[in-house]
Write a protein that binds this ligand. Structure first.
Ligand code: FPP
Length: 273
């Protein structure tokens, strides 16, 4: 029997959850949180208001992921290219991030959430890096949801760093051959499964230098909804949609393979020689 519905009886989230197969949840969901600025502009508010709205949405989504027992959630919070934004916005984002990490630490402790960070986060302003390092350390033994925040992240930089790691290893242990597993192990969180599902908000059809290696076979779900408006309902809709996808990893679906066998049996003589 299906476990108790984790959402409020009668809510849209509860109705969606009832349709989801909890045994077939994605192991890893990654999200490109986009549209904070547009959300603010539509309300004639400064961009900062959009980022505050983004934090509210982030909090709700993290809590819902923990509640449904999702193993890994990765959020694209700050890219290596985001330094190109006006100084005031970058400073605001850094303050917001610091505030988020500090305020959520208690929630993470109580709810068995483990915070991890990917990206060149050590290069963030010292105070931000210190708060992040503390939260990562203090939650490192938690065994529930792994919340991976991409900070000062670029997928190309991650691949460069992985190759550098392999070169360093080769100098120390004489490694001479590289395969996919060796490279993957040198990624920032090389122990995690690749994302099964990528969600991007605000309707943009881009990967924006996010997890380029890890997204090789990931199912993509894009919504027009702007990040500050993204809620549990949207998350569950994306998961439901994911559960209806057929993943082939470059192979054939069982149905296509069956049809092919039948066609060969019937019309094999017509095959080109
Ligand atoms: C995209 O909106 C969002 C970001 C640049 C990242 C900031 C994310 C948050 C503030 C969410 C909170 C997350 C944490 C972990 C604190 P945009 O500014 O690119 O929107 P636009 O494309 O409409 O201008």
């Amino acid at each position: 029997m299906k476990a108790k519905n984790p959402f409020k009886t009668g809510s849209p989230a509860a109705a969606l959850w009832a349709e989801i197969d909890p045994a077939a949840l994605p192991r890893h969901v990654a999200i490109i949180m986009d549209g904070n600025g547009r959300w603010a502009r539509r309300r004639h508010q400064p961009r900062m208001a959009g980022h505050r709205g983004g934090v509210r949405a982030t909090r709700e989504i993290v809590e819902s992921c923990a509640r449904i027992g999702l193993p890994v959630l990765t959020l694209y919070a700050f890219s290596l290219d985001n330094w190109k934004r006006p100084r005031a916005e970058v400073d605001f984002l850094m303050r917001l991030l610091r505030q988020y990490v500090r305020r959520e630490l208690d929630y993470m402790r109580r709810n068995n959430v483990r915070l991890r960070v990917i990206g060149r986060w050590q290069e963030l302003p010292a105070g931000v890096a210190a708060d992040v390092a503390r939260a990562v350390e203090e939650t490192s033994a938690n065994t529930g949801l792994q919340l991976v925040v991409a900070l000062n992240y670029s997928a190309r930089a991650e691949l460069v760093d992985a190759v550098q790691g392999l070169l360093d290893e080769s100098r120390s242990n004489g490694l001479t051959r590289v395969d996919e597993a060796a490279l993957a192990a040198h990624l920032y969180a090389g122990d995690l499964p690749d994302p099964d599902l990528l969600i991007r908000t605000s309707g943009e059809m881009r990967l924006s230098n996010f997890l380029l290696w890890q997204l090789a076979y990931t199912e993509i779900w894009v919504t027009e909804t702007l990040w500050p408006d993204f809620s549990t309902r949207h998350l569950l809709q994306a998961i439901l949609d994911f559960q209806q996808r057929e993943r082939r990893y470059g192979g054939l679906s069982p149905e296509a393979a069956r049809a092919e066998r039948k066609a060969r049996a019937l019309g094999g003589a017509l095959l080109p020689r």
